[in-house]
Structures are given as structure tokens and as C-alpha cells.
Design a protein around this ligand. Structure first.
Ligand SMILES: C[S@@+](CC[C@H](N)C(=O)[O-])C[C@H]1O[C@@H](n2cnc3c(N)ncnc32)[C@H](O)[C@@H]1O
Length: 370
């Protein structure tokens, strides 16, 4: 592909990413993969160059742009020279053609983030691993990266092809951001406990809880999403964590599938659905998706889930509430609005890419009075 054709390809992909952000479609990564699946003429260097151009542009433009052209012209003015050069190049630039403005995020989100709006939120993320202690120990895996000081099983800086390596394929390591590992660490799960992972998804944190429990005790993975929960079983088998019980929940009637666990859990993790403002390093187009209405819907669900989670905790047991977001609406405000006098707040943490080298997370830990 010529340099001009690469710019045109990036514009076409950005148009698809913008539409997906508006309509709730696929993630940018998936769109890039699909685009090249039907364009076999593009070599690996072309793909990498176009992908980098797409993601650099998404990172540079905070507000959802009008079009891929406006985004590229705003983010990369030095590429104007390729417009209108014929062949597969982008069309010539029209006299009053719009250019998107560069910024960290939409203004309404910047106002909410305040001092937490740091450029590091959009830095490039490395790959962190968690050594699965059901299958291996960290000293045996240090050829894959550097140990993370505060995480006994964490490794940073893993190679990009880790998912194709035997250590991953046979379950000795899991790909897991250091922030997610710190959430599980705050749960303090141990062998023999009853632990509920209330928003387990495909089980990233469930598997880490199982390892901390040495696969002994009861570990219940619950979620309302059948597909995500379905992905947990093969992952659990690979990880040697076959003691996990899965429970599919009916939204708004979650307790129906959990009645036997009311007041019975030693630890409940509520890894609540959220806006993902802490994961912009990996999904920078999430800034183009979020709206005030969507945020409001999420905070309503978060408030319901923290209350539901608390009802499962036994006297003396603990509840950990976490979101991969730095918005006070989804963290500090949910905790301050949670008015269960039996639940004592024992710890809160705000993890940021700048300070902690992980995705951004808000974490709160409570203990139920005895
Ligand atoms: C942040 S994700 C969880 C990620 C997961 N814990 C992990 O480590 O991979 C939030 C999850 O909450 C689930 N969820 C949404 N509404 C729910 C509800 N009412 N009850 C339980 N889970 C819910 C979503 O399906 C999603 O899988």
C-alpha cells in the first residue's frame, strides 16, 4: 500500500469506529481485524501502520468526531500532503472542511474527572500476567517479564505473543492487568472460604480468587450475561480451578438465584459494570461511546449491586466493590450513598495508570459487623 492508501484505509476504519461508538457496535480492535480480513492485499507492515494511525488518532481526539477524515485532519495535520494525490489516496481537502479538535476527553467527562484527567489515561498499556499458583510459581515464569513488587504472583512487560505460548496455553499464566490483581488481593480470599464473585463475567477475577483459595472451598461465579459466564468453564479447566460454581442471574431478580447465599459468604466481590474510564489505555474509543444518560444508568445498577452484594456477606465477612473507572460518580459517590449501617468501610484505593502503572480502578472494602 502507498502511504496515501494507508491514510485512506485509516479514514475508512475510523468511520466504522465512529458509527460503532454512536450505535453501540463492536470495539475498535475488532473493527480493524474485520477490515483487513477482507483485504488480503495488505501486508503485515501495512496493517500495523494503519492500525497505529487509527489508534493514535482515536487517542488524540477526545470528543466523538464527525467523520474519519475530520479525525485524521485534526489529529495528524502533517498527513494533509497525501490528500488528493490520486490512486487510492483520500479525496482532496474541501476549502471549509472540518477538523476535529484534539483533547483528552469530552468536556463533560473532563469536568467530572477534575484532577484525575491525566494524559497517562491514554498511554500505551503493557501486558501484565498473573502466575496461576494452581499450576506454577512465579520464579519459574520470570523469563516472561519482570516481577511486580506488591503482587506476589504478578509479572509486568510480557511479550505480545504471550497468548500463543505454552505457559499461557496450559494455564500456568493468565493475562491480567495489575489493577485487577490488586482488587483480588484486597478480597483476602483463602482456602476453605465461601466466596461470591457477583459480576464474574468470563471469570478473570474468579480464577484469581480460586488460586488464592488453592481451589478449596466454595467459589460462586454469578453474572447476568450467559455468553460471558459460558466462557468461564473452559478457562477454569485450563487453570485447574474446577471447584467454581456458575450461576446465571436474571436482571432485576438476581436474588432468586442466590437465596441460599444470603448472609453466608465470607467474601463478596462486586466488580460492577461501569463506564470503563480507567481502561482508555486499551479502549480509547470508549470516550466516544459514553453519554451522561448511559452513565446515569450505570450508577443506578452499581448502587443496586453493592446493596445486593452486602446482603450476601456473613457477620464478620467482607465486601469488595470495584469499578474500572475514575469517575467519582461510579466510585466515591456510590460508596457514600451506600447506607448500610452494618457495613463498615475499612479501605478505599484509587489506582491510576500514572501512579500504579495499571488501568484505573476505584476499590472499596467493607466489613459486616459481627
Ligand atoms: C466489569 S465486568 C466484570 C468483569 C469480570 N469480573 C472480570 O474480571 O473479567 C461487569 C459484569 O457485570 C455483569 N452484570 C451486569 N449487570 C449485572 C447484574 N445485575 N448482576 C450481575 N452481574 C451483572 C456484566 O454482564 C459484566 O460481565
Amino acid at each position: 500500500m502507498t502511504p496515501a492508501a494507508r491514510v485512506q484505509a485509516a479514514i475508512e476504519i475510523l468511520d466504522l469506529v465512529i458509527e460503532a461508538a454512536r450505535e453501540g457496535g463492536a470495539a475498535a480492535d475488532v473493527i480493524v481485524q474485520r477490515y483487513f480480513r477482507s483485504r488480503r492485499y495488505a501486508g503485515s507492515k501495512d496493517r500495523r501502520a494503519v492500525r497505529d494511525l487509527v489508534f493514535d488518532t482515536i487517542r488524540a481526539i477526545g470528543e466523538r468526531p464527525e467523520s474519519g477524515r475530520a479525525a485524521i485532519l485534526g489529529a495528524k495535520p502533517e498527513l494533509e500532503e497525501w490528500f488528493g494525490t490520486g490512486g487510492h489516496a483520500p479525496e482532496p481537502i474541501a476549502p471549509a472542511e472540518g477538523r476535529a479538535e484534539t483533547s483528552l476527553a469530552p468536556n463533560w467527562l473532563l469536568a467530572k474527572l477534575g484532577k484525575r484527567a491525566d494524559p497517562a489515561l491514554l498511554s500505551r498499556a503493557g501486558i501484565d500476567l498473573r502466575v496461576n499458583t494452581l499450576r506454577a510459581e512465579r520464579p519459574q515464569m520470570l523469563h516472561l517479564g519482570q516481577p511486580i513488587a506488591d503482587l506476589p504472583n504478578g509479572i509486568a512487560g510480557a511479550p505480545e505473543d504471550i497468548a500463543a505460548r505454552p505457559e499461557y496455553e496450559d494455564g500456568r499464566v493468565e493475562i491480567q492487568d495489575a489493577g485487577s490483581q490488586r482488587i483480588v488481593q484486597m478480597c483476602g480470599a483463602a482456602p476453605g472460604m465461601t466466596v461470591v464473585d457477583l459480576c464474574a463475567g468470563a471469570g478473570g477475577k474468579t480464577l484469581a480468587l480460586a488460586a488464592d483459595m488453592a481451589a478449596e472451598g466454595r467459589l460462586i461465579a454469578a453474572d447476568t450475561d450467559r455468553m460471558r459466564l459460558g466462557a468461564l468453564r473452559p478457562r477454569a479447566e485450563r487453570a485447574g480451578a474446577t471447584m467454581i460454581e456458575s450461576r446465571l442471574l436474571d436482571p432485576q431478580r438476581e436474588m432468586e438465584a442466590l437465596t441460599d447465599l444470603a448472609g453466608a459468604a465470607d467474601v463478596v466481590l462486586v466488580d460492577a459494570p461501569c463506564s470503563g474510564t480507567g481502561t482508555w489505555r486499551r479502549n480509547p474509543e470508549a470516550r466516544w461511546r459514553l453519554t451522561p444518560e448511559r452513565l446515569q444508568r450505570l450508577t443506578r445498577i452499581q448502587a443496586q449491586l453493592i446493596t445486593l452484594g452486602a446482603s450476601l456477606v456473613r457477620p464478620g465477612g467482607s465486601l469488595v466493590y470495584a469499578v474500572c473507572s475514575l469517575l467519582p460518580d461510579e466510585g466515591d459517590h456510590i460508596v457514600s450513598g451506600f447506607g448500610d449501617p452494618q457495613m463498615r468501610l475499612t479501605d478505599t484505593r484509587l489506582l491510576t495508570p500514572q501512579k500504579d502503572g495499571s488501568d484505573g480502578f476505584f476499590i472499596a472494602r467493607f466489613e459486616r459487623a459481627c
